[in-house]
Design a protein around this ligand. Structure first.
Ligand code: ZN
Length: 337
């Protein structure tokens, strides 16, 4: 026993030393850094945060210059930023080809061709991509309305996005008829602003939708993740002003958790409408506490990893549960007045 004990002790000390060395060795640190970079790149790609994604992927390419997957990703990131010449040049410089690279090169070339045919440069704040045939007057009309909306949002938030906003214009046969009322879901923001260009003629109808979707683009540029859904949709609805007078939906008040998750999970329309209603009212209550959009911008910027309530308390003296309670109360009032 006496002989074994010191031996065991040495064994424990040596293996602890090995463990500590492994955890702090240059290889372990490199591995950790690599893993963190991969995770960050993946998140930014998913969120359409292209500038950060490009930085990450270029960094990873320094470690693994021959990784074909990374090379394809970089081509895609350049394309998504509307840097079509850069994308073509990058694809050209590869020592391999695959279907993805072929697609990105072909698409980049056709967009460049269309822009030249329309005699159109990107506008001041938007990078434009076309789907289908375009008429120059439609495109110019769409861009002029968007630029106006952009200016008012930039002034309101005192914020000028670093990236150009990527705009996909498409021509849809649905909106050809004069006086027809186009579908609500015509424009969306999914990292790109997608709009049917010929629906722009319905100005009265279109303006709020445009402001709504562009607000999402601004919010993403201010903070590309960690913004709770109620705040994102609430701000967009305050800006578009279209549902301000909607009555309180029937049924129970939804939970804060439900209002934080993406609303698309809500299966039926009335369920989703309820979440939109509460989002708007909660955000209105927040603006009642302080009407500054610059402060709202600072709140958005400081959100990270589910710290919404602590940031709300610090900046506004409320949390989301309290905002929800006030929202429910405000709706109760409006039923009687
Ligand atoms: Zn929205």
């Amino acid at each position: 026993m006496r002989k074994i004990l010191p031996f065991l002790l040495i064994l424990v000390i040596v293996s602890a030393g090995v463990l500590i060395y492994q955890r702090h060795s240059p290889e372990a640190k490199r591995f950790e850094r690599h893993e963190a970079l991969v995770k960050d790149a993946k998140e930014r790609l998913d969120a359409g945060e292209w500038i950060g994604a490009e930085r990450d992927v270029r960094e990873l390419l320094k470690e693994m210059p021959d990784d074909t997957n990374l090379q394809v990703h970089l081509a895609g990131i350049l394309y998504e930023q509307g840097r079509y010449e850069d994308c073509i040049a990058w694809v050209d410089g590869r020592s391999f080809r695959n279907a993805d690279l072929d697609f990105l090169e072909k698409k980049s070339k056709s967009i460049l061709y269309e822009m030249r045919a329309l005699n159109l440069e990107d506008s001041r704040h938007f990078r434009v991509e076309f789907e289908g045939e375009m008429e120059r007057t439609d495109v110019v009309e769409a861009l002029s309305v968007l630029e106006t909306a952009y200016d008012s949002l930039a002034r309101l938030f005192d914020f000028y996005p670093e990236n150009k906003i990527h705009l996909v214009l498409y021509r849809s046969a649905e909106y050809q008829g004069v006086g027809e009322h186009p579908d609500w879901a015509a424009a969306i923001f999914d990292g790109k602003l997608r709009m049917p260009v010929n629906a722009m003629r319905f100005r009265e109808w279109y303006r709020p939708i445009l402001f709504h979707e562009l607000t999402h683009a601004f919010i993403q540029a201010i903070k590309w993740k960690d913004v709770p859904l109620w705040l994102n949709e609430g701000i967009a609805q305050v800006i578009d002003g279209s549902r301000i007078h909607d009555p309180r939906p029937r049924g129970a008040v939804p939970s804060v958790e439900l209002l934080t998750e993406p609303f698309v999970r809500e299966k039926n329309i009335s369920g989703a409408e309820k979440l939109y209603w509460y989002s708007l009212r909660m955000t209105q209550e927040l603006l009642r506490a302080d009407p500054s959009f610059v402060k709202l911008r600072d709140l958005l910027r400081s959100l990270s990893g589910g710290n919404t309530d602590s940031r709300l308390r610090e900046l506004y003296g409320v949390d989301s549960a309290e905002l929800l309670r006030r929202a429910a109360d405000s709706g109760r009032d409006s039923l009687f007045h």
